[in-house]
Ligand binder design. Structure first.
Ligand code: EPZ
Length: 438
């Protein structure tokens, strides 16, 4: 038992710089893409986050050697014929569903539990199954997904919605299927292009045309490859929004802002200065941002849903009234009740949230309920003079290597703290103590 929390002493502007970790939402499909084929795959700049740890354990359970040495992960294919995923990891993370396409590509069969992930919506997998059926897969659904595809073949897949995961699953299956596959209505997130780049290094034949469609000519074998992950654009966006929220200056070394064009427009509208240099990306901001009259999240190149909670937190002290519409997930306003504890004035009506900017936020003990919501609460805490705590850092650890370390590098007073508790009662006592002493 234990109580872990991110303690932040807020109320002061940021001033610092750091190098952004490798991309979580790119490395997870890239690790699944190590399943088909032979040889050793080396992934550099692999973020040390729990979703990656869980994925490496899934690979090990499938018979692969998976070793980490610092930021580099080495995956060695094996002669393993395993095609079933049983461990707890698969239920914990959403990206375990990507092993469906990877195992169909290699074994022409797969069995795995329905995936987990942050509770930001129902997150069904119907689009994945419908798309893979087009390539010849057949499914039986109980509490597990069982798939067989004796003759996995290329075909034209039309996605009615640009699902990131469904696009990735089709790529993972089609890379070694017989014949040509076209994905129409494919998701355009940059993480998908990283997956394609990695698979092409392994010998796959994949191209994205100007109309966004993805064309895959199945190949018989995939070989070894070495690949360096690009910076995580959502982690970068989180810290850029932190600068807009708390004021000050943030410099992200080696980051070019690729895939953050919608965020750049929003930050400029909020009054921040966005400056790309050859060494990286700098954002400077005054103490309070301007409000954003209206913004909606959307599939790429729209504003990323994964930055919506962080933007909401940054707008809590904006000058004026802002409105955010969340169009991708149906339950991604869970931070609102926590932000209200700090004095934020937010009204939610369906998929829209209206934020009336206030001049000051109060420090508080806050409870994270999902990964990006936790990051949003950290941004809110940076603005509140005094000590705040963001509980349940296990959510943050899913996508941020060490957010306490990063915020300190950016000039904040932040650290991850933990209290070991022997039982539930002790945990409640510690929590009440935390409430009192903050
Ligand atoms: C990926 O999730 C990301 N996760 C998410 O990031 C991100 O928010 C999301 O894409 C959208 O950009 C990873 O890459 C590991 P979707 P994914 O399929 O693939 C519905 C984070 O914080 N849908 O594009 O699950 C779905 O319910 C995480 O890093 C279906 O209805 O996203 C959602 O409403 C959170 N049926 C919408 O589509 C399906 O079969 C977008 O989902 C699949 C999806």
């Amino acid at each position: 038992m234990g109580l872990s929390y991110l303690e932040i002493c807020g109320g002061r502007p940021l001033d610092g710089e750091l190098e952004i970790q490798g991309s979580k939402n790119a490395v997870l499909p890239v690790l699944a893409a190590c399943v088909p084929g032979e040889g050793v795959c080396t992934i550099e700049n692999c973020p040390d986050i729990t979703d990656v740890t869980d994925t490496l354990n899934i690979l090990r359970a499938l018979g692969y050697r998976a070793e980490r040495a610092g930021g580099t992960v080495r995956i060695e294919a094996s002669g393993s014929e395993k095609y079933e995923i049983c461990g707890p990891e698969a239920v914990r993370i959403r990206s375990s569903v990507l092993f469906l396409g990877a195992l169909l590509g290699k074994m022409k069969k797969a069995r795995l539990p329905l995936p987990g992930g942050c509770v930001i919506g129902a997150r069904p997998v119907d689009l994945h199954l419908r798309a893979l059926r087009t390539l010849g897969a057949e499914f039986s659904l109980t509490e597990k997904i069982t798939a067989v595809a004796p003759r996995l073949h290329g075909d034209t897949v039309r996605l009615p919605y640009p699902s990131v995961g469904a696009t990735e699953n089709v790529i993972l299956a089609a890379a070694t299927a017989e014949g040509h596959t076209v994905i129409e209505g494919a998701a355009r997130e940059p993480e998908i292009d990283e997956l394609c780049a990695f698979l092409c290094l392994r010998g796959a034949d994949i191209r994205r045309l100007a109309d966004g469609s993805i064309h895959i000519r199945g190949v018989r074998r995939l070989g070894p490859a070495s690949y360096r992950m690009r910076p995580d654009r959502i982690v970068a966006g989180t810290y850029l929004l932190a600068a807009a929220a708390a004021g000050g200056r943030v410099f992200l070394r080696g980051c070019g802002g690729e895939g953050l064009e919608a965020l750049e427009r929003a930050l400029r509208a909020m009054g921040a200065v966005w400056r790309k240099t050859d060494g990286g990306l700098e954002v400077c901001a005054e103490e309070r941002p301007r409000a954003v009259p209206y913004l909606e999240t959307a599939p790429h190149p729209g504003f990323p849903t994964d930055l919506q909670s962080q933007l909401m937190a940054a707008l809590c002290r904006a000058r004026g009234s802002s409105r955010i519409r969340e169009t991708v997930f149906e339950n991604r306003f869970r931070v609102v009740s926590e932000l209200r504890k700090m004095g934020a004035r937010i009204e939610v009506n369906g998929d829209c949230a209206r934020i009336e900017g206030v001049s000051r936020l109060r420090p508080a003990v806050l409870e994270a309920a999902d990964l990006r919501g936790g990051a949003g609460l950290a941004i809110a805490a940076l603005q509140a003079p005094g000590r705040s705590a963001v509980l349940h850092t296990e959510y943050l650890a899913r996508g941020y290597e060490d957010i306490g370390r990063d915020l300190c590098l950016l000039g904040a007073q932040a650290r991850i703290r933990g209290i070991r508790c022997t039982d539930e009662t002790k945990e409640k006592e510690e929590y009440s103590e935390l409430q009192r002493c903050l």
